[in-house]
Design a protein around this ligand. Structure first.
Ligand code: PRP
Ligand code: URA
Length: 207
């Protein structure tokens, strides 16, 4: 399942994010805001339970999130940029980390770090990465999470290429994909067009 989250605020902020003139500080703020807005939709399925509370006037049956806290898993580096925005909505969320980079020549993901809580099967897992290009990094990260026991996984990105969506669906048909935009295509170097460039470099000012 692919969900392109359509909202005027998301469209507007994504245009600012794509603009090559947007400086690092604003870029990070926009990624936070976009991730937070998207989380509203991507968490729609979270289960609730009934709880008795006292309002200042009377007792009522209310609802609260049930079960284990959700787990956010950013794919390093660029996925880190999406964590703060989502945590401002879900402060109790746990955070795992997967370190992957794309080999520049083969475009294959190379894993260098993996740290998640042990009770993955009990948690709703949100894998975060601003860019879904060939889909190799997302598919590799999700394979590792499934091996570690994760059962309910969702993938959130800001910009997706059709190639990445197709590859991720083929590798993990059970994993819903949420994106703020579905772009046109990949170029010969595996960059998304029109895209926003190298998300990690723009977030961390490394270019
Ligand atoms: C970027 C991006 C994704 C990956 C997407 O990371 O943040 O993780 O590329 O490409 P794919 O869908 O073709 O795998 P990169 O490998 O540049 O690493 P970095 O975040 O450390 O810069
Ligand atoms: N990774 C990025 O950061 N940008 C792209 O366009 C593709 C992969």
């Amino acid at each position: 399942m692919l969900t392109v989250i359509e909202h005027p605020l998301i469209r507007h902020k994504l245009s600012l994010l794509r603009d090559r003139g947007t400086p690092t500080k604003l870029f990070k703020e926009l990624v936070d805001e976009l991730a937070m807005l998207m989380a509203f939709e991507a968490t729609r399925h979270l289960p609730l339970e009934s709880v008795t509370i006292q309002t200042p006037l009377e007792t009522m049956q209310a609802q609260r999130l049930a079960g284990h806290e959700p787990l956010l898993v950013p794919i390093l580096r660029a996925g880190l940029g999406m964590v703060d925005g989502i945590r401002s909505l879900i402060p109790s969320a746990r955070v795992g980390h997967i370190g992957l980079y794309r080999d520049h020549d083969t475009l294959q993901p190379v894993e260098y770090y993996f740290k998640v809580p042990g009770d993955l099967a009990q948690r709703d897992v949100f894998v975060l990465d601003p860019m879904l290009a060939t889909g190799g990094s997302a598919a590799g990260a999700i394979t590792q999470l499934k091996r570690a026991g994760a059962l309910r996984i969702r993938f959130m990105c800001l910009v997706a290429a059709p190639e990445g969506v197709a590859n991720l669906h083929a590798a993990h048909p059970d994993v819903p994909i949420y994106t703020a935009a579905l772009d046109r295509e990949l170029n010969e170097k595996g960059y998304i067009l029109p895209g926003l460039g190298d998300a990690g470099d723009r977030l961390f000012g490394t270019k």
